[in-house]
Design a protein around this ligand. Structure first.
Ligand SMILES: *[C@@H]1O[C@H](CO)[C@@H](O)[C@H](O)[C@H]1NC(C)=O
Ligand SMILES: *[C@@H]1O[C@H](CO)[C@@H](O)[C@H](O)[C@H]1NC(C)=O
Length: 254
């Protein structure tokens, strides 16, 4: 089955590659959900992630040209059109955390609400995620806005509200490596837990558009006739960003 490997930031990355040898890679263990049938749209997604151990084996040759790795689940109106927003609260890690304005140590992640827009990335300041801390995420459509809320230990640590460009039809996960002047090494596997997706109108077959690409889940089910969908977990596998067979650097795949 052909699936669209819809990673909006990659479009600008590929354009940048023409003038810069720095390379982006995407792990090929991801889920890809959507679209719901008819006029139904995604109105809310909630999930929780304990970020994996930070990447091992990352190196740079020029500290001014940093490597970074991010982990995210994002919602969009399109399957990867670079003219649409991607609402993607994001974990980010770099050998030089200060370069992203984050006071984390090198063995911790940073997290922030963040939106890719056709005119650039919008986002809140990064905050440190202490090791082994579950981070709860909510992406919710409210009054024609998309509100991202990031919670740790019951406290909101990052929040962003952006205009909804068009009804949300897709939700997908990814992890990505920007090599900078080096390489990203390996990223351990992790779980996306307690994923609940709410639709504006019931779609009893929404599970049929849940694509599991190199991930497993606990079953994606609805107990209210297709309005609310849930899985206890999606297991994302480890990825060796330095191995060409474990990553993708192009925009679509079959
Ligand atoms: C992640 O951190 C790097 C390094 O500090 C930074 O250059 C990059 O813009 C950050 N990525 C995002 C999506 O914010
Ligand atoms: C799962 O997520 C829901 C919100 O969608 C929340 O109310 C519930 O407490 C979460 N369950 C666990 C075990 O964290």
């Amino acid at each position: 089955m052909r699936y669209s490997y819809a990673l909006v930031p990659l479009v600008s990355a590929m354009q940048a590659m023409a003038i810069d040898p720095d390379t982006w890679y995407f792990g090929n263990s991801l889920f890809y959900l959507g679209p719901p049938s008819g006029n139904s749209a995604i109105t809310k997604a909630t999930y929780s992630i304990v970020p994996p151990t930070v990447p091992s084996g990352a190196k740079v040759s020029n500290t001014k040209d940093q490597v970074w790795v991010s982990v995210w689940v994002g919602a969009s109106s399109s399957a990867g059109d670079d003219n649409t927003n991607l609402y993607q609260p994001i974990f980010n890690w770099s050998l030089d955390q200060e370069s992203q304005g984050c006071s984390a140590s090198v063995d911790e992640w940073c997290v922030a609400a963040s939106t890719f827009t056709p005119s650039g990335q919008l986002g809140q300041p990064y905050v440190t995620v202490p090791n082994n801390t579950p981070v709860d995420f909510e992406i919710a459509v409210e009054n024609e806005k998309v509100v991202q809320t990031v919670i740790m230990d019951g406290k909101v640590v990052s929040k962003e509200s952006d205009a909804l460009d068009s009804p949300l039809k897709y939700l997908y996960s990814s992890n990505e490596c920007y090599t900078g002047s080096g390489n990203c090494g390996s990223l351990a596997g992790y779980y996306i837990n307690n994923l609940t997706v709410t639709l504006s109108a019931a779609d009893s077959k929404f599970d049929q558009v849940m694509a599991l690409n190199g991930v497993t889940d606990d079953g994606f089910t609805s107990s209210d006739g297709g309005l609310t969908w849930h899985t206890e977990w999606v297991k994302v596998n480890s990825v060796d960003f330095d191995s060409s067979s474990a990553v993708k650097s192009d925009f679509s795949s079959s």
